[in-house]
Design a binder for this molecule. Structure first.
Ligand code: S3P
Length: 432
């Protein structure tokens, strides 16, 4: 749906069984890693969304043939990357540009990696620093995109990540594929491990133990087929919506249940949510299954430490849950939220206040005392998909109509978000 505002009205009860589009993190990796592998990588359940389509166009710019069987099914004929004739444009995709930087520093030709005005504001020093330690010639514009890369021989390093980030971990490991000697990444917390799972499945010499990932270069990556499970981070909006909207009972099928991603489930269960999880098998080497959620009486919770990275993308929607929970919710150690598509602590606080929310933004988190009644208001998605979708969920419970402007960005990760909410029974219209 090519539109810009969601108009959402108070909703009675969400009911039904739905799926959500494929996992964004795995879909980026499927095209980037498939481009490097010998042979044809067949991907089912691929997420065709703003961010991942950008990564797909970039691998095509690098000379990789891609056959599109349908929106969500494609075959990547990988092998040798070719020098690009233009800059690689990752649009809004932080995962795309950071992972691709790890690959491009290992190529025998120069490249430029760029993106939208929003991506150009996001910090790239976090990848420039370790890649330079490996010998890479990579320059940013004040440590931001565009990134200019010249060919060099890389050396393996042992790198202690200064922050728990799967994107930085992945960039270093991908560069390690092209380096001389072992690369070791030491993690301060359990960041999502899709890169490790997928590269291992493709034949990379990679081991993980005690918070360290060890990668030996030299193994040829071979193509494997991926069947991408539904994105837990997309399911999260529906999970919170069903928890807080009275009379709800929904089932989400085929969702990725990788424990490095499902921190929100643990937190909601601690808050008293009525959630049943049934694991049904493995998809793309990841545990997947069904999540049933019923309306719940929630209470406040404290979140900090290792839990933060396991639910880093879910804090905007956790704020909405906390506003409906009895008592105080406190979040700490979540500074990384300030360098996402927007400063999500500041932007969500400002927008929820327009709906009458009372909350305190702290340097690394927030404090919310609930439950609170939200007022219908005109709010702004700030071209940040997770902000726009979280505000829409808040709108389901407000006393009057809520208009979420700049909501088209929901399609960066969850095409069909509005339609799925309508399918579950919410009153939501899309306005251009
Ligand atoms: C991602 C890692 C996370 C997450 C992002 C996707 C990935 O970012 O917020 O949405 O696919 O590796 P950081 O690694 O910067 O925390």
């Amino acid at each position: 749906m090519e539109t810009s505002s969601f108009v959402v009205r108070p909703t009675a009860g969400l009911r039904g069984r739905v799926t959500v589009p494929g996992d964004k993190s795995i879909s980026h990796r499927a095209v980037l890693f498939g481009a490097l592998a010998e042979g044809s990588t067949h991907v089912r359940g691929w997420l065709a969304a703003g961010d991942t389509e950008a990564s797909l166009r970039c691998v095509q710019t690098l000379g990789i043939q891609v056959e599109r069987h349908s929106t969500s099914e494609l075959t990547i004929y990988g092998g040798k990357l070719q020098p690009p004739e233009s800059a690689l444009d990752f649009v809004n995709a932080g995962t795309g540009i950071r992972l691709a930087a790890g690959i491009m520093v290992g190529q025998p030709f120069p490249s430029v990696l760029d993106g939208s005005y929003q991506l150009r504001r996001r910090p790239m020093k976090r990848i420039i620093t370790p890649l330079r330690l490996m010998g890479a010639q990579i320059e940013g514009d004040k440590d931001c995109a565009p990134l200019r890369i010249e060919p060099t021989q890389l050396q393996g390093i042992r790198y202690e990540l200064p922050m728990a980030s799967a994107q930085v971990k992945s960039a270093v490991l991908l560069a390690g594929l092209f380096a001389q000697g072992e690369t070791v990444v030491v993690e301060p917390g359990p960041a999502r491990d899709h890169t490790e799972r997928m590269l291992s499945a493709m034949g990379a010499d990679l081991t993980v133990h005690d918070g360290e990932v060890h990668l030996q270069p030299g193994a040829r990556l071979t193509a494997v087929d991926f069947s991408v499970p539904g994105d837990f981070s997309s399911a999260a909006f529906l999970i919170v919506a069903a928890c807080i909207v009275p009379d709800s009972d929904i089932t989400l099928a085929g969702i990725n249940l990788n424990p490095t991603r499902t921190g929100l489930l643990d937190v909601l269960l601690e808050m008293g949510a009525d959630i049943t999880i049934t694991e049904t098998g493995l998809e793309a080497g990841e545990p997947a299954g069904e999540i049933r959620v019923r309306h719940s009486t929630l209470h406040g919770v404290d979140v900090g430490g290792d839990m933060v990275v396991r639910m880093i993308d879910e804090f905007p929607v956790l704020m909405v849950a906390a506003l409906q929970a009895e008592g105080r919710t406190t979040v700490r150690d979540a500074h990384e939220l300030r360098v996402k598509e927007t400063d999500r602590l500041a932007v969500m606080t400002a927008e929820l206040r327009k709906m009458g929310a009372e909350m305190t933004e702290t340097e690394d988190g927030f404090i919310i005392d609930g439950p609170q009644t939200l007022m219908g208001a005109q709010v702004d998605g700030h071209d940040d998909h997770r902000v726009a979708m979280s505000l829409t969920v808040a709108g389901l419970l407000a006393d009057e109509q809520t208009v979420v402007d700049d909501a088209k960005c929901a399609g960066d990760s969850f095409p069909g978000f509005a339609e799925t909410l309508v399918q579950l029974g919410s009153e939501l219209a899309v306005m251009s």
